[in-house]
Every structure is written in structure tokens, then in C-alpha cells.
Design a protein around this ligand. Structure first.
Ligand SMILES: [Fe+2]
Length: 153
């Protein structure tokens, strides 16, 4: 069984965001499997570097989607991404400097790093999107109702 399993209730509902979240899960699983399998520190460092890069790109994409949807918590969310990014960037630096610094705690750290952010903050964005879509739908309905001449229908 995978270290981190994807669950439907992690879905934000924006296809590219969910796809990238799954990509992050895969990289963390790969890191976990290689570490447990006794991989060379260089291999581990490579996976962690991939994770750092992938996370950076993903955060930019997610932030862009938030901007496009006029998400009021955009700035606060960007700050959280910055902190998350720094946390794994530091981890990758530590691993590069001393491979014995990697322990099983690192895995739990990575799991919490990702999952708690998605569950707490990305899903708030999902709620916002759902509300926004619902509001837009109602407005359109109201508009249609007011445009319909009374003697028709
Ligand atoms: Fe996020």
C-alpha cells in the first residue's frame, strides 16, 4: 500500500490543481519508497529536488487560478505557499549537506506538509469556488426570469 493514498475528498474540483496534487502525492510516495528501499542519498536528493520544483510550479498555478477567480484569501494563501516552499527547500538543503539527517520523521513531515495544507486551505478555496458558481447560476436565473415577457410561458 502506498504511503500516501489519494482520496476523493481531497478534490478541489479544478482539474489541473487536483492533477498536480496527485503529482505531489506520487513524488512523496516515491521519496518514501526509495528511502525505505535504502536508495543512494543522491537518488533521494534528486527526488526531493523534483518535489521542490514541482511544488513551486504547482503553487504558481494554483495562485494564478485563485487570482482569476478573485479569491479574497489569495494573498494569505500565497504567504502559506511561501512558507511551505521554504520548508521543503530547507529539507532538501539539509539532505544535500548530510544524508543521515533523513529519518522516518521526514516522511511524516512531508505527508503533513502536503495533506494538511490541502485539507485545510485548498479545500477552503474549493468551497469558495462552489459558492461563486452557485451565485453566478442564481444571478443568471434571475436575469433570465426578468427578461422573459410576462405574457409568454
Ligand atoms: Fe495551496
Amino acid at each position: 500500500m502506498a504511503f500516501l493514498s489519494w482520496r476523493e475528498d481531497y478534490r478541489v474540483g479544478v482539474e489541473h490543481i487536483d492533477e498536480e496534487h496527485r503529482g505531489l502525492f506520487e513524488l512523496i510516495n516515491e521519496f518514501h519508497d526509495r528511502h525505505r528501499g535504502g536508495a543512494d542519498p543522491k537518488d533521494l536528493a534528486k527526488v526531493l529536488n523534483d518535489l521542490v520544483q514541482y511544488a513551486e510550479e504547482h503553487f504558481r498555478h494554483e495562485e494564478q487560478t485563485m487570482l482569476e477567480n478573485e479569491y479574497p484569501a489569495h494573498a494569505a494563501h500565497c504567504r502559506m505557499h511561501e512558507e511551505l516552499y521554504l520548508a521543503i527547500f530547507r529539507l532538501s538543503e539539509e539532505l544535500a549537506a548530510d544524508s543521515s539527517s533523513m529519518t522516518m520523521d521526514t516522511h511524516s513531515f512531508l505527508r503533513n506538509w502536503l495533506v494538511s495544507h490541502i485539507l485545510t486551505h485548498d479545500l477552503q478555496f474549493a468551497d469558495y469556488l462552489a459558492l461563486r458558481a452557485e451565485t453566478a447560476r442564481r444571478e443568471q436565473e434571475n436575469r433570465r426570469a426578468s427578461e422573459t415577457p410576462e405574457d409568454e410561458g
